[in-house]
Design a protein around this ligand. Structure first.
Ligand SMILES: *[C@@H]1O[C@H](CO)[C@@H](O)[C@H](O)[C@H]1NC(C)=O
Ligand SMILES: *[C@@H]1O[C@H](CO)[C@@H](O)[C@H](O)[C@H]1NC(C)=O
Length: 154
């Protein structure tokens, strides 16, 4: 009985494709692209399709993020779906066989959260900054304390 159980554990750990990011400790944010990483073994499918899924929302949310991903890449940056990232909890990333059959799941991430981010630039800490912008689109910022980031419009 014990031997049988440990054989199963071994089989499970050798069985393949595993989503390592996003996880419940490293979620996603609504700004910009997000990263998916995975581990695999040589017997895995050579490609798969990445689906973002949320069974907690009603109706259930399902978006194909990227089709025909090469398993050997190990990591990919995915752009937001057409409706943008929707902030919320209870998301999972599924790796499915192909985009015609979203129920053939090869691997599944932890439950994770997509955090609302109000803009793609941010400043942190208590900081003060003075700056000037010219009409040609260049920006200069003088940092006096803390950290500041800024982008220039053009
Ligand atoms: C993250 O998910 C794993 C597997 O589902 C679980 O064991 C772990 O307790 C979770 N951690 C947190 C912080 O929710
Ligand atoms: C995708 O993977 C499947 C299964 O491993 C394989 O049969 C198919 O040829 C692959 N397609 C491409 C375009 O690599």
């Amino acid at each position: 009985m014990f031997a049988f159980a440990s054989f199963l554990a071994l089989a499970a750990s050798a069985a393949a494709l595993q989503v390592t990011q996003p996880s419940n400790s490293t979620g996603w944010s609504t700004s910009g692209p997000n990263t998916v990483t995975w581990s695999s073994v040589s017997t895995d499918n050579s490609n798969f399709t990445i689906v973002l899924n949320n069974q907690n929302s009603y109706p259930a949310y399902t978006e194909v993020l990227e089709a025909l991903v090469e398993t050997s890449e190990g990591s990919i940056t995915v752009n937001p779906p057409s409706g943008g990232w929707v902030a919320g909890t209870g998301y999972r990333v599924n790796f499915v066989k192909d985009s015609d059959d979203l129920d053939q799941i090869l691997a599944q991430s932890d439950d994770f959260t997509i955090e609302q981010s109000s803009s793609s630039t941010y400043s942190s800490g208590s900081s003060t900054a003075s700056g000037s912008a010219s009409s040609t689109g260049s920006v200069s910022v003088t940092k006096t304390s803390g950290s500041v980031s800024a982008t220039s419009g053009s």
